[in-house]
Design a protein around this ligand. Structure first.
Ligand SMILES: NC(=O)c1ccc[n+]([C@@H]2O[C@H](COP(=O)([O-])OP(=O)(O)OC[C@H]3O[C@@H](n4cnc5c(N)ncnc54)[C@H](OP(=O)(O)O)[C@@H]3O)[C@@H](O)[C@H]2O)c1
Length: 233
């Protein structure tokens, strides 16, 4: 049975991804700060929905993650770093240095922590992949073009997360592991942008299909899911 670990499964895109993978017969390690938020799925998929109650910013969560994975499987096929925060603090006067730290802790050091916990299990998979759920707003080129309203903490954290993707691909190039950044679409979730036009369930289906596409997934390492284009870093 194939296994995936998804972070931030309490709501939004992470919850929709959890549902899609379970429905398609995967074992899912579902990491959330409150696992009772998806107790219906845990009840429905008792053997395959494995909750992990953890906060990705907690430096002590690695041990828990590793012990839960180890109790169920020897290998992990996919890791999806989806957990994210996006405080709407627009304008330099409304941004404090701590806001940058808080976003970095989730999108970058948090994602890195989960990657380190999963790495020994990913290395044992036949075709392992790591997907960092990034954002079009992490593209330095797009921000520089003036296309978006500036939201410094979020954009800086997503750009740094993109560097994590690129760096991992270089560092792991002699292994089978490939790392991707994706922009999942403009989603109608709690952190919806003004131009949100896509249900998270639709994006989750597309991500699932993209992972299983012929190119498997594709050579586009910063991939925009809904319009199937490659984004500039
Ligand atoms: N919405 C969009 O249009 C859009 C566009 C581009 C990229 N994204 C990215 O897509 C991902 C999912 O976002 P979403 O739209 O689904 O937002 P959402 O509905 O706010 O969901 C965010 C999820 O991340 C979890 N989370 C946040 N901090 C966490 C932490 N420290 N530890 C564990 N879980 C944590 C939340 O858990 P709690 O319930 O405990 O808060 C929640 O499950 C994010 O990385 C976001 O940046 C979204």
């Amino acid at each position: 049975m194939k296994s995936v670990l998804i972070t931030g499964t309490s709501k939004g895109l992470g919850n929709a991804l959890l549902e899609v993978f379970l429905r398609n017969g995967w074992r899912v390690f579902a990491l959330a700060r409150k696992v009772n938020s998806f107790s219906k799925l845990t009840d429905l998929y008792q053997d395959t929905c494995i909750p992990i109650e953890a906060d990705v910013t907690d430096e002590n969560c690695s041990e828990l993650i590793e012990s839960i994975i180890k109790s169920k499987t020897k290998s992990l096929d996919i890791l999806i770093n989806n957990a994210g925060n996006a405080e709407k603090c627009f304008g330099i006067e409304n941004v404090n240095p701590i806001d940058l730290d808080n976003h970095f802790k989730v999108h970058v050091s948090g994602a890195f922590r989960i990657i380190k916990s999963c790495l020994p299990y990913l290395k044992k998979s036949f075709e392992p992949i790591i997907i960092n759920v990034s954002s079009r707003k992490g593209s330095i080129n797009k921000i520089n073009s003036g296309e978006y309203r500036i939201l410094l903490p979020y954009q800086i954290a997503k750009a740094a997360q993109n560097m994590l993707t690129v760096g991992l691909n270089q560092e792991l190039k002699n292994t089978k592991i490939k790392t991707y950044s994706i922009h999942p679409g403009n989603l109608k979730t709690d952190v919806a942008p003004p131009d949100a036009d896509t249900e998270p369930t639709e994006a989750a289906e597309k991500i699932y299909n993209w992972i299983h596409s012929k190119e498997n997934p594709s050579e586009s390492f910063f991939h925009s899911i809904m319009d199937e284009t490659t984004l500039e870093w």
